[in-house]
Design a protein around this ligand. Structure first.
Ligand code: SF4
Ligand code: MSK
Length: 654
């Protein structure tokens, strides 16, 4: 029995809480993953339910070679082939993911505009330098105009990008020129963020686009509109409003909960409300109210990407990643879990009913039956935040006594925005990626990997993330990370500078030690994958490593992916020229043609392609092999032979 629980997570704290859930008779995702087996036809993309004549299932015949005649007949009622069905399913996943990120971006842009117009009390422009930078990037006049005027133009322009009908997204200009040309040549330059998503829904309706290559190209187009459009707008405007992240010390894992304080967990993705909750929880009246109810204070922590957002900007501790959301409630010590959008399990309400926790939904787009709904109103955000915090405080005295908080948490350094990396590497006056490029060229750093994405209850919690990342850094590959991978790495102690000595290869460890950074750099939340694109572009611009992202010795991965957003992210990594490996399962294996197109043909078209490898060590080795291939093409493969750091070089770097 104990062994069974240990198979569910590599994290001891999670194992203890999975055991507590079992003792308390609480059903969690870990249990449901055992009883609910994935459909073998749907999981490979071979089931279509796009019309009332289906669902139609077109699985590959088992155990025998299919004749061309049999393949001809293996179609849906409307005649759709297995290729069309797999491609349609795949790009509908891209549409779902791109829509989620981009609607997040739209929400930020709306708030941004309201702040610029003075209609969102409580918010302000915190990063003036970034405001100017974005104005310059978007061609908005600065002159002697006020911040408010400039911000109004930026907000209006940002919102236009969603509904734009023709031309090119303004944010694509951030990409290397050669990459922009690749997109034009392939005909996948997005016109408007919403338009490309809607077009996927149109093309995948019965009887429209029935050429898998044409379908997959539209998937690429919408994904670029996500990474270089909606997500990038979200990140840029959030930085202006809430501050661009800088290195900050924080703690992680369920041990951050406090027995004697009101515990509020903020879960989801958008930092609009959570920023206000962070402010309100520090108000003396709120702390007094908590004390009057017998608590020693108010303890905020985050879950999933909201956690990453408020950690990066305020050092608020992280309670856990996707598969730990139910476990947090199982501690019996969470007085309120406040949720907005994305990656929120409906079952948190059922688990909460076994304890005393109040689930508070806040978005009109995301309600949960049985939960308390306190709607977030951006025009009176402080009022919403106060009502939420008060509701949590009032609930403190309802605790049932069945409390267990593991006595363990891990330190981490987060806040590695593109700007911070630039500054850390080059200093304030000559901020640049030059030292990174130089250390890649001289071979101390072999390459860079962006490892991101979710947890997936089909595999052992955090195992794929941590195993892959350890293998990469051991082989001198610097890892940059976001989302639930970042939380997994932090829980495993990989995000402190000392981790370089313990886990990284000699060359990478030397560089980390000289700069004072961990070997795994936390870049933020899911929308902040756009920071990875900007970092890759900065490497190109600094020179010496080719003239496009596809020339760089870099790779991407999502070893425990599960969400449609992860597919959209992977697709825009690939479209940006990055070799990208996913684990767990691959949603098009029902069609060899579709899979080959994504895994092979895309390399000729985009310089980056997809790969699937569920074993995290093998997946890391694939990434390293790709990095070495790129090093060879750049003529820097020999340089890896001489990894010696003398004192002069060290001083130069410092
Ligand atoms: Fe079947 Fe075609 Fe309808 Fe899909 S669209 S459910 S393949 S008939
Ligand atoms: S929260 S999309 S489970 S990374 Fe962004 Fe984690 Fe994946 Fe959600």
């Amino acid at each position: 029995m104990a062994e069974e629980k240990e198979n569910k997570s590599i994290d001891q704290i999670s194992i203890e809480l999975i055991e507590k859930a079992a003792k308390d008779g609480v059903n969690t995702a870990f249990d449901r993953a055992e009883t609910m087996k994935p459909c073998p036809i749907g999981s490979v993309g071979s089931c279509c339910k796009h019309c009332g004549m289906g669902p139609c299932r077109v699985p590959l015949p088992k155990g025998k070679e299919e004749t061309p005649e049999e393949k001809q007949k293996r179609r849906g009622v409307c005649g759709a082939t297995a290729e069309t069905i797999a491609a349609r399913n795949f790009i509908r996943m891209v549409a779902g993911g791109a829509a989620a990120h981009s609607d997040h971006g739209r929400g930020v842009a709306e708030l941004f505009l309201a702040v610029a117009r003075g209609k969102a009390p409580g918010y302000e422009i915190r990063d003036e330098q970034k405001l100017m930078q974005v104005a310059l990037d978007w061609g908005i006049e600065i002159g002697d105009r006020s911040n408010q005027e400039i911000a109004t133009d930026i907000g209006e322009k940002a919102l236009e990008e969603f509904g734009k009908q023709e031309g090119e997204l303004i944010t694509l200009r951030k990409a290397p020129l050669k990459r922009q040309e690749v997109w034009r040549k392939q005909g996948v330059t997005p016109r408007g963020i919403d338009r490309e998503i809607v077009e996927i829904m149109h093309r995948t309706h019965i009887g429209v686009d029935q050429d898998y290559k044409s379908l997959l190209q539209q998937g690429v187009r919408a994904s670029i509109g996500d990474g270089w459009g909606g997500s990038m707008i979200a990140t840029e405007l959030q930085d202006i409003l809430f501050g661009t992240p800088a290195p900050v010390l924080g703690q992680v894992n369920l041990g951050v909960l406090k027995k004697d304080e009101v515990n509020i967990i903020i879960h989801g993705h958008e930092p609009l409300l959570s920023e206000m909750i962070v402010a309100v929880a520090q108000e003396p009246e709120m702390i007094e109210l908590a004390k009057s109810k017998g608590a020693n204070g108010i303890n905020l922590s985050g879950m999933c990407c909201t956690a990453n957002e408020i950690l990066m900007r305020h050092g608020v501790p992280i309670a856990g990643n996707f598969l730990q959301q139910e476990l947090a409630i199982v501690t019996g010590a969470v007085d309120a879990m406040v949720v907005d959008v994305q990656c929120i399990m409906q079952s948190i309400q059922t688990v909460a009913e076994c304890y005393h926790t109040k689930i508070i939904t806040t978005s009109p787009k995301a309600k949960i039956q049985g939960a308390v709904h306190i709607e977030f109103n951006e025009h009176d955000a402080l009022k919403s935040a106060r009502e939420i915090v008060k509701t949590a405080i009032e609930n403190f005295s309802n605790r049932k006594g069945n409390i267990y908080i593991p006595d363990q948490q891990t330190d981490q350094i987060a806040g590695f925005s593109h700007e911070t990396i630039n500054y850390l590497l080059g200093g304030l006056f000559r901020a640049s990626y030059r030292p990174l490029n130089d250390n890649i060229i001289n071979g101390r750093i072999r390459g860079v990997a962006g490892v991101v994405g979710c947890n997936n209850a089909r595999v052992k919690h955090n195992e794929g993330h941590v195993t892959m990342v350890k293998e990469l850094i051991k082989n001198d590959v610097l890892v940059i990370t976001t989302g639930c991978n970042a939380i997994a790495c932090a829980e495993a102690g990989l995000m402190v500078p000392e981790a370089a000595k313990e886990f990284a290869g000699e060359g990478l460890a030397e560089v980390c030690e000289a700069v004072g950074i961990p070997p795994v750099l936390h870049m933020g939340s899911c929308v902040d994958n756009s920071r990875i694109l900007i970092a890759a572009t900065a490497m190109v611009k600094d020179g010496g490593l080719g003239d496009d992202i596809s020339d760089l010795p870099v790779a991407g991965a999502a070893p425990e992916w599960m969400s449609e957003k992860a597919i959209s992210i992977g697709q825009y990594f690939v479209a940006s020229g990055v070799y990208t490996v996913f684990g767990v399962t691959w949603p098009t294996t029902g069609s060899k043609e579709v899979t080959d197109y994504l895994f092979k043909d895309f390399e000729d078209m985009y310089g980056g392609m997809w790969a699937f490898e569920p074993d995290p060590i093998k997946a890391a080795q694939l990434m390293i092999a790709h990095i070495d291939k790129k090093r060879k093409a750049l003529g820097i493969d020999e340089a890896r032979e001489r990894v010696l750091y003398d004192m002069e070089m060290r001083r130069e770097l410092e």
